[in-house]
Design a protein around this ligand. Structure first.
Ligand code: SF4
Ligand code: SF4
Length: 362
C-alpha cells in the first residue's frame, strides 16, 4: 500500500505510553532501550523504558526477524524424518528508523523473491508489525546518499514523525490502519498547522546532512568495478582485523552457516543456522583447503562488491542503507564513506556530496 496522507493521524506525545500498551494486542512489543551508553532493540515489559530519541542501536531489528542463531529443523537419522519446529509469534517492532526499514525491505527482496520464498523468513515477516520513527542523523549517518533517509512505503505499517509536541503518524499498510482503528480514541485529526509542521520537518531533514562527510554514490557500481585492481583495497584492508563487526551489525548482511547438533543418544539431530561473516578467514574455505577469498584484501573488497555491485545486479538497489553502524563500531576505525571516496578518487578537500568531473562521476 502506498503512503496515504488522507488517513494519517496525530498522536499527542502524552499518549505514547497508552499507544505502546495498546499495541501489545498485536504481538509482543520490541523497541529501543538504553544499554549503558548505547541502545539495543529489546523485548519490552515496561513501556516507560522505551527510547524514542536515539541515533542507532548496536544491532539492527533484523535480529528479531532473521535471527542471529536459529533452529532450522530436527531429523531422526534412523527414520529419516524431518520436523520443522519454527513457529514465529506475533510481534510489533516499534521505533525503527527509516534506514532500518529499508534494510528490512532489502531482506524482503532477497528472501521473498520469485516463486520460492524462504518459508521461515516469510512466516516471521507475516507475524511482524513494523512501526517506524523519524530521527536526527549523527556524523556516521549517510542515508541521504543511499536514498534511504525517508520510508518508501514498502516494508512498514506505521511511521511516526516527530513534529514537536506530537507525532504525525503515517499509515503504510492495512495492518497499520487496523492499529489506528483499534486505538482510535488516543489519536486525533491533523490540523493545518500540524500538516505544515510535518512538511517542514520532512523538507528540513536533508539539510541536516549539509556539513557531514557523506559519499557521492552516483554510478558507484561502475566506480567499484573499474577499481577492481586498485591499490586502495590493500591500503584499507591493511588495518582490518577480520573481526566481522561490520557485517554483524549491518541491517542488510544475511550470510549464514549451519551445523548439525546430535542429541546425546544420537537419535535426534538439530540443524542450527547462525549468522557468519564474509570477513572471517574461514568463510570461503571449502573441502581440500581451497579458499575463494585468499587474503584479507580479497575479503575486504568482497564486502564492498556485494553491497554496491552484487545487490544492484540482483535486486536493483544498493545493499547499504547508510546507517553508519559498520564505521561507528569498527575497532580499526575503518570508515566506509572514506573508502568509497578514495575509490572515486576524491581528495579530502572534496565538499560533501560534490560531484567531480572525472570518469568515475561521469
Ligand atoms: S569491523 Fe572493521 S576491522 Fe572488523 S572486519 Fe569490518 S572493517 Fe575489518
Ligand atoms: S554497509 Fe555499513 S552503513 Fe551500509 S547498511 Fe551496512 S552497516 Fe550500515
Amino acid at each position: 500500500m502506498n503512503f496515504q496522507l488522507e488517513k494519517a493521524k496525530i498522536l499527542p506525545k502524552e499518549n505514547l505510553s497508552q499507544f505502546l500498551e495498546g499495541v501489545r494486542q498485536f504481538g509482543r512489543l520490541i523497541a529501543p532501550v538504553k544499554k549503558k551508553e548505547k541502545y539495543i532493540f529489546s523485548e519490552i515489559d515496561d513501556v516507560s523504558k522505551v527510547e524514542t530519541d536515539y541515533v542507532r542501536t548496536i544491532l539492527p531489528p533484523k535480529k528479531f526477524i532473521l535471527g542471529y542463531l536459529r533452529e532450522r529443523f530436527e531429523y531422526s537419522p534412523e527414520r529419516m524424518e524431518f520436523v520443522e519446529n519454527f513457529k514465529p509469534q506475533p510481534q510489533v517492532i516499534f521505533g525503527v528508523h527509516s534506514c532500518d526499514l529499508h534494510g528490512i525491505a532489502i531482506l524482503d527482496a532477497v528472501y521473498l523473491k520469485g516463486d520460492n520464498p524462504d518459508p521461515r523468513y516469510l512466516a516471521a515477516r507475516k507475524e511482524t508489525t513494523l512501526i517506524g520513527i523519524s530521527c536526527v542523523p549523527d556524523d556516521d549517518c549517510f542515508c541521504i546518499s543511499t536514498g534511504t533517509a525517508f520510508p518508501d512505503g514498502t516494508s512498514w505499517d506505521l511511521f511516526f514523525t516527530d513534529i514537536g509536541d506530537s507525532y504525525f503518524v503515517s499509515i503504510g499498510s492495512v495492518k497499520g490502519d487496523e492499529i489506528i482503528h483499534s486505538l482510535e480514541s488516543i489519536f486525533r485529526e491533523i490540523s493545518k498547522k500540524e500538516l505544515s509542521l510535518y512538511k517542514r520537518v520532512t523538507a528540513e531533514k536533508k539539510h541536516l546532512f549539509k556539513d557531514k562527510n557523506i559519499p557521492d554514490l552516483e554510478r558507484i557500481t561502475q566506480v567499484i568495478e573499474l577499481e577492481y585492481d586498485s591499490e586502495i583495497w590493500e591500503e584499507e584492508a591493511e588495518r582490518c582485523f577480520s573481526c566481522g563487526t561490520c557485517t554483524n551489525t549491518c541491517p542488510t548482511c544475511f550470510c549464514y552457516t549451519s551445523v548439525d547438533m546430535p542429541s546425546i543418544d544420537g537419535k535426534v539431530v538439530t540443524r542450527i543456522e547462525f549468522i557468519t561473516s564474509c570477513q572471517y578467514p574461514y568463510y570461503s574455505l571449502v573441502a581440500g583447503g581451497h579458499r575463494f577469498h585468499e587474503n584479507i584484501k580479497e575479503r575486504f573488497r568482497n564486502r564492498y562488491y556485494h553491497k554496491f555491485v552484487g545487490y544492484p545486479y540482483q535486486i536493483e538497489r544498493f545493499g547499504c542503507v547508510g546507517c553508519g553502524r559498520c564505521q561507528h563500531e569498527c575497532p580499526a576505525g575503518i570508515r566506509i564513506v572514506d573508502t568509497l571516496k578514495k575509490l572515486r578518487g576524491a581528495g579530502d578537500e572534496e565538499e560533501p556530496g560534490k560531484v567531480t568531473n572525472d570518469i568515475h562521476s561521469a
